[in-house]
Design a protein around this ligand. Structure first.
Ligand code: NDP
Length: 600
């Protein structure tokens, strides 16, 4: 039996470790390769990217997330049934969250700690959970280790069941948090905020909803998610399809059966091969009569390395274990004098070259794994991703690749073109008709538009969309000047962090600190100064060039589908620990960064 120390070491393992030079996975180095080997692969990466850009010059315009007419059905909530009738609400709360996912839950826990009692969640879905309410497709799970991803484990006294939590476990965790922090009491579900307008006289936000409510709130927190609005590729004729169809975030279990058993006699197609499709395809392959996977760009599929939580390890955990784990993950690696000197001497170009070569080694390992698993050579080749690691969201799965060995599973490789036409029978690609009973769209979500889905009107009547018309403007991705007491979570200009809840946790702490500061000092309103906002915009811009993701990557949602003029949109790429440090600086200099209005 392993010792607790050995278990601890195993449980600290990071799935991304070693992909950067010096990490564990790259330790087993093969013979050094000449630079020309790497240059040739980079050339092929660039050719693939150019091909995709040629096919899709519209950038983000190739998608739509405004579903009306024949597309409106793709937004129906299949999980909560009919809208429950209720009387319109006209009242005032101290803090109102737009959205009831992890952003709201995490921040509410912190707000309760500082004594905020009046907290309302307004949520479009029928319960809390956000992403985990909507995404219930078969195989849904989180591939960030659960011990880090699931927030508030110390507070909830909970140890996840597996290294990678299922969607169901995460959703239950969300509900448990809402119960523990008494968030159901004032929450309203099946309700969408339609406008959020600042009243300068009252120093209050006025919010209207699609249910006839008119609520007021001192503080509003836009907690409506980083990837929450489903999007569809605009495909000619898609509205004419006569079979059944849905988006992965609105899974129709009535049609498929709870365990997909009703697909036994169905011909199913799925469009997209991103992180969602990768998790859903194994179940579909195992249950559908025939499955057609329409691929535009393959994902990189690494080993999942999942395990059931060892009860001995769980029992040995001391109170506060998750916080300690997080602290350890944020510690910068300690370098020796020699290492530091060598690092300082290495030119920027050399550092980038080393990083790129290590990333290429990693991607070639991904290719090798495909060859080892997928028997048909043509299919194996088509599943190989030709882009730099992290250009697209890496995936971790052990059943995805073997699914393509099944006789009933067919990869339709569209060589970067994507599905361009659908008729009443199903997709047509290069003249071939694919006749389907069910068509599933795994085409993803609008990204990081948190805060600009409903009409937000700040001081002087300025719509946030207009304020952002020349680019996003925030301090820390959270505050925008002219929008007092409004906090944006998980949006543009927040730090990039693979474990999103970690980032939301950090933002939640900061927001609670701001509200606490206002309450303790008797301030009715706080508004970021233009200077502080400009400082952050420049910080974001100055770190754009640190990554090759923007210009050199194959298009995808990480780089606005290849749009090159989005300098200040997107994430802050200066590093998560730096983001936290800068946030602390802001908290220590509140008076410098914000203007405040005293209670009358
Ligand atoms: P993505 O945006 O990642 O994927 C959309 C897919 O649709 C891509 O493969 C895209 O191809 C494809 N596509 C778009 N248009 C067409 C077309 N016309 N024809 C064929 N294919 C097309 O969405 P997902 O829902 O998969 O994932 C979104 C994010 O959600 C993930 O990146 C991840 O951050 C998160 N997620 C996290 C999970 C976790 O484990 N923590 C699990 C699932 C999702 P192309 O690549 O060419 O653009």
């Amino acid at each position: 039996m392993p010792t607790i120390e050995e278990l601890n070491e195993q449980y600290e393992r990071n799935p991304l470790e070693g992909i950067i030079p010096g990490g564990t996975r790259t330790k087993k180095r093969s013979e050094p390769k000449p630079q020309s080997y790497y240059d040739d692969i980079k050339k092929k990466f660039a050719e693939e990217r150019d091909l995709r850009l040629r096919y899709r010059p519209e950038g983000t315009g190739q998608y739509t997330s405004d579903f009306d007419g024949g597309l409106a059905k793709y937004l129906d909530d299949p999980y909560s049934g009919e809208i429950k009738p209720r009387a319109p609400i006209h009242d005032t709360v101290e803090v109102l969250f737009i959205g009831g996912g992890f952003s709201a839950l995490l921040t509410s826990a912190r707000l309760r700690e500082i004594g905020v009692e009046s907290i309302r969640i307004v949520e479009k879905g029928g319960d809390v959970g956000g992403t985990w309410y909507w995404n219930r497709y078969p195989g849904v799970a989180c591939d960030v280790p659960s011990y880090d991803y699931l927030p508030l484990l110390d507070e909830m006294d909970y140890v996840p069941k597996r290294r990678y939590a299922t969607g169901e476990e995460i959703y239950s965790h969300c509900q448990a948090i809402a119960k523990k922090y008494n968030l159901y009491e004032l929450a309203v579900f099946q309700t969408t905020i339609t406008s959020t307008v600042w009243n300068e006289e009252e120093k209050m936000w006025h919010l209207k909803t699609d249910r006839g409510d008119h609520m007021k709130a001192r503080f509003v927190i836009c907690a409506n998610g980083t990837l929450s609005k489903p999007k569809l590729a605009r495909i000619k004729g898609m509205e004419t399809f006569k079979g059944h169809s849905f988006h992965t975030s609105r899974w129709d279990y009535d049609y498929t059966g709870k365990n997909l058993e009703k697909l036994e006699d169905k011909i199913v197609g799925i469009i997209g091969t991103g992180a969602t499709a990768v998790q859903a395809i194994p179940g579909l392959g195992a249950n559908a009569k025939e499955l057609y996977v329409f691929q535009r760009t393959p994902s990189s599929i690494d080993i999942r390395d999942d395990w059931a939580t060892d009860p001995n390890w769980a029992r040995a955990l001391k109170p506060g274990w998750q916080a300690k784990r997080r602290e350890a993950s944020l510690r910068e690696p300690v370098l020796s004098e020699d290492q530091r000197a060598a690092y300082a001497k290495t030119s920027r170009e050399e550092k980038i070259r080393k990083q790129e070569n290590a990333n290429i080694d990693h991607m070639m390992r991904i290719h090798k794994r495909i060859d080892e698993i997928v028997r048909d050579k043509k299919t194996a080749d088509a599943l190989k991703p030709w882009y730099m690691f992290m250009c697209k969201r890496p995936c971790f799965h052990d059943e995805y690749l073997p699914t393509f060995n099944r006789k009933n599973v067919h990869l339709v490789d569209t060589h970067g073109k994507g599905v361009t036409e659908i008729n009443e029978k199903g997709p047509i690609f290069e003249g071939k008709q694919y006749e389907l009973d069910l068509l599933i769209y795994a085409t993803g979500f609008e990204v990081q538009k948190t805060g600009i889905y409903n009409k937000i009107v700040g001081k002087g009547g300025l719509d946030l969309n207009d304020y952002y018309s020349d680019g996003i403007r925030t301090l820390l991705g959270i505050h925008s000047a002219g929008y007092p007491n409004l906090f944006i979570m998980g949006g543009y200009q927040a730090s990039f962090q693979f474990n999103l809840t970690d980032m939301l946790n950090t933002q939640g702490d900061h927001i609670a600190a701001c509200i606490d500061y206002c309450r303790k000092n008797g301030y009715q309103a706080m508004d970021v100064t233009k200077d502080a906002e400009e400082w952050w915009v420049q910080e974001v811009i100055s770190h754009r060039g640190k990554t090759t993701r923007n210009q050199e990557c194959t298009p995808g949602y990480y780089n606005f589908e290849g749009e090159v003029n989005r300098r200040q949109d997107g994430t802050y790429n200066g590093g998560f620990t730096k983001y936290i440090a800068k946030m602390k600086d802001v908290q220590q200099g509140m008076g410098q960064h914000f203007g405040f209005v005293k209670d009358k």
